[in-house]
Design a protein around this ligand. Structure first.
Ligand SMILES: [Zn+2]
Length: 83
C-alpha cells in the first residue's frame, strides 16, 4: 500500500513539513502542510495528487517531484521557503 493513496492533505498536521525532490535535477524544496492546504482549495486531495501537482522550483527545470515526509531536527525550527 502506498501511503500517498491512503492519506489526504487534510489528514496531515498543518505543521508537518513535506519534502519534494525533483526526479530530474535532484533539487529539493520543502513545504508545510498548512501552506499546501491554503494553496490547494481542495484539501481532500489525495497526497499522490499533491505530489503530481508539485513541480521543481529550479528555474527552467519544472520537473516532477518525489514527495516524502521531512523530519526536522528538534533544534532547528522550520525556516520557511528555503531557497
Ligand atoms: Zn528540477
Amino acid at each position: 500500500m502506498n501511503w500517498k493513496n491512503e492519506l489526504q492533505l487534510n489528514d496531515l498536521d498543518p505543521d508537518q513539513v513535506l519534502e519534494f525532490m525533483c526526479k530530474i535535477c535532484g533539487n529539493t524544496h520543502l513545504k508545510r502542510a498548512a501552506e499546501l492546504q491554503n494553496e490547494i482549495s481542495q484539501s481532500f486531495m489525495w497526497l499522490d495528487q499533491v505530489e503530481n501537482d508539485e513541480h521543481c522550483k529550479k528555474r527552467g527545470c519544472n520537473g516532477s517531484t518525489l514527495m516524502s515526509v521531512y523530519h526536522k531536527s528538534s533544534t532547528s525550527g522550520f525556516a520557511g521557503g528555503l531557497a
